[in-house]
Design a protein around this ligand. Sequence first.
Ligand code: FES
Length: 600
Amino acid sequence: MWIDFEPVGRRVEGREGQNLLEIARDAGVGIASLCGGQGVCGACRVQVLEGDITPQTTLEQEAFSEAELADGYRLACLARPLGDVKVHIPPRSLTTEQRLQIEGQQLAVKVDPTVRGVAVQVPEPALTDLRSDVTRLADVLRQGEDVVRVDSLLLRQLSDRLRQEEWAGTVGLRGREVVSFYPVGRGPLGLAVDLGTTKVAGYLLDLVSGETLGADAIMNPQIPYGEDVMARLTFALQEAEGRGTLQRVIVEGLDRLTQALCTGAGRRPEEIADAVVVGNTAMHHLFLGLPVGQLGRAPYVPAVSDALDVKARDLGLTLSPGAYVHLLPNIAGFVGADHVAMLLATGLWQEDKVVAGLDVGTNTEVALKAGDRLLTCSTASGPAFEGAHIRFGMRAATGAIERVHLRDSRVEYQTIGGTPPVGLCGSGILDAVAQLRLAGVLDRRGKMKDHPRTRRGEKGPEFVLVEAAESGVQQDITISRADVGEIQLAKGAMRAGVRLLLREAGLNEADLDAVVVAGAFGTYIDVESAVTIGMFPPLPPDRFQQVGNAAGLGARMVLLSRAQRAKAVEIARHAEYVELTNDPNFANEFAHAMYLESKM
Ligand code: FES
């Protein structure tokens, strides 16, 4: 019998008597599991879309609501296929490695990029044909009266290249400008970048087929100069050469990332003929070397908010000689092009329902689509979800605890890569706080109570999650009262943002038809944990959609499609920015939103 696993796109053969978790594991499809397949942790939830399967067990009837059971939700470790079945694995049930693989998948947009690959066969010069090299190429490319021109840097290489390739090849044509030249059989590549405050994600795309050839990420090399946006703006303003340093290190970082992507795909950065970069307004300005004084001071206005096209070489980036970098428009000082890309990728901007969108990161942007209005705001959630300021916090890498489940006094956990734990990534921290709250170890204010696993640490009370003997760092892995406080601040800012936008639209949380959660971290978190600690409103689980790095997806869409590029401009124009600090209710909402409880 054959089992189709979505969205990983794997079709695998299962043996009779095997459950879905075993079949997935044999095939290398990573489904989460905390209890080793005993049906008690609920981490392996999947949805059976088609086919015959063994009847629901009592444990499953307890684990799911009636609506979920009716929709085919099952625990993969308890459900055994009886024939061919099709199974959907929700993002939260996928292991981190698997989720990363899915992010690189093909896009569903019509490929119509700004830079097109056009195959050319140029007539060789002869005593009877003395046209210049550029003229003979331009004549081949001429469309009616439209004459093409060649980028000035490419011009320095073109004559030699044409002769090396024996007058045949493919040019990268951007409007009427030739920006790159390739041997026969090769064509223009594109680079899409999500320039985050903490992480920089890059995607290499084939601009002819639209295929994603590689995806990779680096930590933002500006971090040593300031962890969050404000610290970086301060560095840029107060240090001599501060702005120049930040621009230089991010360009060097992007060059390294581009080189790694190209090496992985067997290509060269010089083949990249177009790039799209999205980031928050501060990252956008620092990347371009724009003034940031006005961004760091009230009323926080950007130097420019329109979409821009800049020659890559003017920024110091090593791409193809004539390549441009396209920057999407910004909405406001703290709602940037990355949010525009997210709104585009999720389709949220044209929703008919009441939908909130959260792009969870060091700064969390919140959007609300209600009727004709598209409201946006920014909340300073800080880097706690990326593991910063948390004693054993770390980014989502091998050995990070990504799931936690507390049973009596036993802690069950899952690490990325299944190796001994070395720390906690954002989703693990969130799970840990939620589990401690459910077990009564934390009260609503985040105060830690006595428990066999709590003790007094250097910085106040702490809970031992993993003992030294079991950990990969030869010391106890703990979560402290101070760590919990960091999470309270981060999630409080986010929830207050959602509530204030709803208030602005005359609505409340119960009116939300859907909540779209984007951002790498947003995909990995357990929605139930997030609801338990009051980070998300108390809505049924099926109203939440976790969509991964939507800003990166939006950047790729804009790279591949001129129509999507135009839509991004429309979104930025339509969006209304709400400045939370102007709102008299903000302080009160924020204070309440810090409580570890769902109802407000
Ligand atoms: S692995 Fe299925 S419930 Fe734990």
